[in-house]
Structure formats: C-alpha cells, structure tokens
Design a protein around this ligand. Structure first.
Ligand SMILES: [Zn+2]
Ligand SMILES: [Zn+2]
Length: 373
C-alpha cells in the first residue's frame, strides 16, 4: 500500500505552521484514538495520523520529508531514534546513492546507534516531572580486551584474507562478462585485523551486552508521545567514534478525573440541582490541591468555568495551562417520601410560570413543538 501524503493525512497545507499542524493532529487523534473510535480501521488511521504528525512536527524530519517524501533515506536510521542524532546523515545518503556501506573505510570512526526506550508515566508524573533511573540492555566496550577482541597478551595482526582492507573483491563470470563485487571480509568481519586468540569475555566481539543504569530527568509538562534525548547514552561508537543517543519516549496513562489537552486540564464536577439552582461555593480538585469555585445561582448543567493557571506547567517553560471545570447536574434517583412531597409542592407552586427569560423561551419552543407548530 502506498503511503498517503502526510499533509493530506493531517488535512493541512504545505506551508502550515507548527500550531496548525498541532491543532489538526489533536483533532484527528481524538477522533480516531482506538480507545474511543471502535471502527475497524480506526487504529490504522490513528497510526497514519501519528506518523504524519511525528514527521511534520519535527523541523528536521519535516525538511527531509519536503525534500525526499516518503523515500527519506534518514528514516528509521540508527535504531528508530527520532529527532536528530543520526550519525553522519550525509555520509549515509552518499552511501545509498553510490554503492552502499561496503565502500566505507572500515577503520574510520563511526557513531554508535541510537537507542529508543518507552517509559510509562502516570498523569501526574508527566505533569510534574521526576528524576528516575532506568535499566536498559546496551552494548559496551569489553573491559577485558579494551574493545579490540583480542585476549590480553596475545598478538593482533593484519587480516591475511583482506590485507587489512576489511573488504575484498569477488570476481564472478556471468553471461554478460566478468563482474567484480566488493564484499565485507568474512575473516575479520570488516575490521581488517585478526586476533591470535579471541578475548574470552566477549568472544572476540570487543563488546558485551549488559544492563546499564541510566539516570533520567523528566521535565515537568511532558505529554504522551513526546520524547527526550539523553545525549551519548546510545550504543558505543566504533574506531573511536562517538556513542549514539538514547531517546526516551513517554507513554502517559490517563487519569480517572482529569483529562489533558496540551497544557490545559479538563474535569467534570457533579452538582445537585439544588446547588446549581440556589448557587453554592464548592471545592474543586486540581493537580496542586483543592481550589474554591463559586457557582452562581441559576447555573445550567454543562456550564464551563475556567480556573486560570491551574493546568500543567509548559514543558518549555512558557507559562502554565488552565483547568476547565464543566458542571454536570446529577438528577437524584433515591428520594425519601418527605423529599418527594416537597418537590411536588415545589412543582405545584411553580405551575406553568417561568420567570427566567431564556428558559421561558426554551419551554415555549417545546410547547409549540407539542402543538405541532
Ligand atoms: Zn573482550
Ligand atoms: Zn579481513
């Protein structure tokens, strides 16, 4: 299946700015989120939307996409890292067009691969950030041999098969003539060096895989799907090249009371019809404790109130969001005889009268509808 144009997927123009892209993404993501949308292709669409957003929201990836389209040679390079960090991107484009990695000098410094780690956070951990430690399996240079794969005290020498080139010419006769292929030397695996006796710790690989603890600082305000880069904590480089980076991607769990859109927080407060009819002062939970909120007499169900700056601190330090409180009037289900009596009395006194103008019009419209007008 051919991939749809990312701008078409999000329904934005080619020159849409960051805000427009973000807005379009949020709207679509809400619409097609598999938790919400139960249509068969919702998940597929959601992934497509997410892919489009991941690319277009990242200036580097977007410019690559604008130039190369879906054929971007940088995509997926370096262990699926993400923003920036692919080692020597231009070298790889060069290799793609001019004969592949085998033409590369095996002894040239190479940057290590990037690593990606998905971290699950609670709603509040994402809102407030935290310092934590993760343990990930990663390659390290072997301490016994210092990374060259030779048992300490034994000889290393230039590979006899490739003469230290790390690659060989392989000639083949075909009906079209003689073809010469360059291949990575299988004796030295392209290193150009062979060892007399392999290092027993790493079995000659020069590297060992072990769990490594890494301290991670999660800034306050990170959101679902965002990632941070931990510089230099990817796989080690080769031949003295720098290590790759570690990308930590956040998977933020939903909260049972709060919902989040960007830095704004949303919640619903259940109120009795007495509270909204007569007015009340209520307490609303926020991320940082309770806040008093005045409910004016005559408040309708569905009315929204805004608590300024009670949302989430922006991850880039640009202020904080608001908390939006939606009033939800709860109709009582169990009433005592006395309560029923009072309500009937209330209804009798009220009769057909309706003093509130807006409300009155509403009831008038209902009456007219009953009369078939
Ligand atoms: Zn070793
Ligand atoms: Zn060799």
């Amino acid at each position: 299946m051919s991939k749809r144009d990312y701008y078409d997927v999000l329904g934005v123009s080619k020159d849409a700015d960051e805000q427009e892209i973000k807005k379009a993404y949020r709207k679509l993501a809400r619409q097609y989120h598999p938790d919400v949308n139960k249509e068969d292709d919702a998940e597929e669409k959601f992934i497509e939307i997410k892919d489009a957003y991941d690319t277009l929201s990242d200036p580097q990836k977007r410019s690559n996409y604008d130039r190369f389209g879906h054929e971007d040679p940088n995509q997926g390079f370096g262990g699926g890292g993400g923003a920036g960090g692919f080692g020597g991107g231009f070298g790889d484009i060069f290799d793609m067009f001019f004969g592949g990695g085998a033409s590369r000098d095996p002894n040239a410094p190479r940057q290590g691969a990037d690593l990606q780690y998905t971290m699950t956070l609670t709603f509040k951990e994402a809102a407030f950030g935290k310092d934590t430690e993760i343990e990930i399996p990663k390659e390290e240079n072997c301490e016994t041999c210092g990374g060259d794969g030779a048992k300490p005290g034994t000889e290393k020498r230039t590979c006899r098969q490739c003469g230290g080139q790390g690659q060989m010419n392989v000639e083949q006769n075909t009906p079209f003539g003689r073809v010469v292929n360059r291949r990575v030397c299988d004796r030295c695996s392209g290193s150009g060096v062979e060892v007399e006796e392999k290092c027993p710790t790493c079995n000659g690989n020069g590297r060992i895989r072990r769990n490594k603890k890494i301290n991670i600082h999660i800034p306050e305000g990170v959101d679902h799907g965002q990632q941070i880069r931990v510089s230099g904590q990817g796989e080690p480089g080769a031949n003295g090249g720098p290590p790759g980076d570690l990308f930590v991607v956040f998977n933020v769990q939903p909260h049972e009371f709060f919902e989040r859109d960007g830095d704004d927080v949303y919640c619903e407060m259940p109120l009795t019809f007495v509270q909204v009819t007569l007015g009340d002062e209520i307490e609303v939970p926020t991320l940082r404790g309770k806040v008093k909120l005045k409910i004016p007499a005559g408040t309708q169900s569905g009315t929204k109130f805004r608590l300024r700056n009670k949302g989430i601190n922006n991850v880039h330090g640009r202020g904080q969001g608001d908390q939006h409180v939606k009033v939800q009037v709860v109709t009582p289900k169990k009433l005592t005889d006395r309560q029923k009596e009072l309500l009937r009395e209330f209804a009798e006194i009220s009769g057909d009268e309706e003093t509130d103008e807006q409300h009155g019009n509403f009831f008038d419209r209902v009456k007219r509808a009953f009369r078939g007008e």
